[in-house]
Design a protein around this ligand. Structure first.
Ligand code: SF4
Length: 298
């Protein structure tokens, strides 16, 4: 994003054009906390009943008296791709890890609890998966992981970036086991998601059609609506159109036909949630098979 020419900031008036049926919004950047009106944007979304998750690199200090921390259904997720120097060297920013840990500590001391770590893995940092998971437990905050995926929209390429996914898969399986042994219903969903992530790392392929442009969409700061944040499949611009017109246009219908057939190797929380909801039996079955194989092997 930092290499974008003429980057624009999302205008708050666009929020008013979003449908009231929207349930969840994930705000990502650049860095959302650099947006001068981030408080207003989040207040508007939260006021419309959305769960709002803000993804941050943790470099901008969030004041402990920020009005955002008083809003209901607002969460903050810190990007961490490794422990200490591993994170700092991957990000190229000395001291970044400490800043994140200090912010988590400050926010927790201020009584804010909806916090989590979001980690993205590739060959370069797959050894950091288990330490990051343990860190999230130690801090009593959430943990989400993803595979570094290329994006036609952001980086002009597609595909995931693992050359040797085995160490990542081994670590992921240990985490799945620990999530299952916690015997919490919530963690079963997480374990299912991670199990498919392990599949994707090894053999990127989807069994069911993706619902991008139907159950979720990506809104760029310019007001352009895309089916997802990976592929360049524009549906229309909210500056020029109402959401209703844009959503029901023939262009959007044709985009949905493309996403349903999409063969891109991606498994993110956005597409996974709906795909697993549509066909839970497929994923439960899939879960049992590799689980058994891995159990026997280990
Ligand atoms: S699978 Fe879905 S979310 Fe992923 S790139 Fe294709 S359309 Fe986008």
């Amino acid at each position: 994003m930092w290499e974008c020419e003429n980057p624009v900031d999302l205008n708050e008036s666009i929020i008013d054009k979003l449908p009231l049926s929207l349930k969840e919004v994930n705000i990502t950047g650049g860095e959302p906390f650099l947006h001068k009106k981030i408080n207003l944007l989040v207040e508007k979304l939260s006021g419309r009943g959305c769960k709002v998750i803000i993804n941050t690199n943790g470099l901008v200090k969030i004041p402990t008296n920020s009005p955002l921390l008083k809003l209901k259904r607002v969460g903050i997720r810190f990007s961490l791709d490794g422990i200490r120097e591993a994170h700092d060297s991957l990000r190229g920013i000395p001291g970044n890890y400490k800043k994140v840990i200090d912010q988590i500590d400050n926010l927790q001391s201020a009584g804010f609890t909806d916090l989590g770590i979001v980690s993205t893995f590739s060959d370069a940092n797959c050894g950091e998966l288990e330490p990051l998971y343990r860190l999230s437990h130690m801090l009593h905050i959430g943990f989400t992981c993803a595979i570094a995926a290329n994006s036609e929209l952001f980086y002009k390429n597609r595909g995931n970036v693992f050359e040797n996914p085995d160490p990542f898969i081994r670590s992921l399986r240990k985490i799945i086991r620990s999530e299952l042994f916690s015997l919490k219903m919530n963690n079963l969903g997480k374990a299912l998601f991670m199990n498919e992530l392990a599949h994707f790392a090894a053999h990127p392929a989807k069994y069911l059609p993706c619902s991008a442009g139907k159950s979720f969409f990506y809104l760029a700061a310019s007001g352009e609506v895309f089916a997802c944040n990976m592929r360049s499949l524009p549906m229309g611009n909210l500056v020029e159109n109402s959401f209703k017109d844009l959503w029901s246009s023939s262009k959007s219908q044709s985009v949905r036909r493309s996403t349903a057939r999409c063969d891109s190797p991606c498994w993110t929380m956005c597409n996974a949630k709906q795909i697993m909801k549509d066909e839970p039996a497929t994923y439960l079955l899939n879960f049992c098979q590799p689980w058994k194989a891995s159990h026997e092997k280990n």
